[in-house]
Design a binder for this molecule. Structure first.
Ligand SMILES: Nc1ncnc2c1ncn2[C@@H]1O[C@H](COP(=O)(O)OP(=O)(O)OP(=O)(O)O)[C@@H](O)[C@H]1O
Length: 208
């Protein structure tokens, strides 16, 4: 169970708007986040992953405090062990597909499984420059899964995939999420792709 009870002043262009979020995410659940551009969806994922700090509040995961503004606790992103799929992929330009995955796990069998799942098995020696946008996005998803995270945070993870690839990948991803009991939070503007996942919707409309 993830309990988030936080406040952050979003640095918007004109002024600062307060984003307050109080919500619990059950273990193994999937939460689908919708909402207008600039409403703080990415910022919420970053705060959970330890890549941004709330001004006030707490984040508690399975009884362990990841963040507490008053007690000045903030676990490092490494200690939080979350899988994060960034909107812009955040791949390493000098690493091949294989190296990206080896950086995350030493389990060769798992890497093989992942590259097949993402249909990148013929591209393991390719660096991001020599991958299409959709292949890069699949690599970003595989890298997040490589650590076998208990918590998977995905920011517009399917935006570069064609519809056939998207439905194939989503169906594989759903069974993996279930098998590994991964608590998952997905941010997307695309209602149709979100409908392919069972889970609660969290709408950021009107939050700030
Ligand atoms: N660490 C931070 N602290 C405070 N404000 C931030 C931080 N990071 C980003 N912001 C601000 O938060 C606002 C919301 O940005 P964010 O990327 O979270 O929105 P979003 O809902 O994901 O938008 P989009 O749908 O366009 O991706 C922006 O104005 C941004 O400048």
């Amino acid at each position: 169970m993830i309990s988030v009870d936080i406040e952050i002043k979003l640095k918007t262009y004109h002024d600062r708007q307060l984003l307050k979020i109080k919500r619990q995410f059950a273990t193994g659940s999937i939460t689908k986040i919708l909402g207008p551009s600039g409403s703080g969806k990415t910022t919420l994922l970053k705060m959970i992953a330890g890549l941004a700090s709330p001004e006030n509040g707490t984040i508690v995961v399975d009884g362990i405090t990841w963040f507490d503004a008053v007690r000045k606790i903030s676990l490092s992103p490494q200690k939080r062990h979350t899988g994060f799929v960034f909107q812009n992929y955040a791949l390493f330009p000098n690493m091949t597909v294989q190296q990206h995955l080896e950086y995350a796990t030493t389990d060769a069998g798992w890497i093989n499984q992942l590259v097949k799942l993402g249909q990148l098995d013929k591209f393991v020696d390719h660096k991001p420059d020599h991958l299409s946008g959709g292949q890069q996005q699949r690599l970003a998803i595989l890298r997040a899964l490589a650590i076998k995270p208990k918590l998977l945070l995905m920011d517009e993870p399917f935006s570069a995939l064609d519809s056939k690839m998207k439905s194939l990948l989503i169906s594989e991803l759903k069974s993996l999420i279930k098998k590994l009991d991964i608590t998952t939070i997905i941010v997307s503007h695309n209602l149709q792709e979100l409908e392919l996942f069972e889970g609660e919707v969290m709408d950021f409309e009107g939050l700030v």
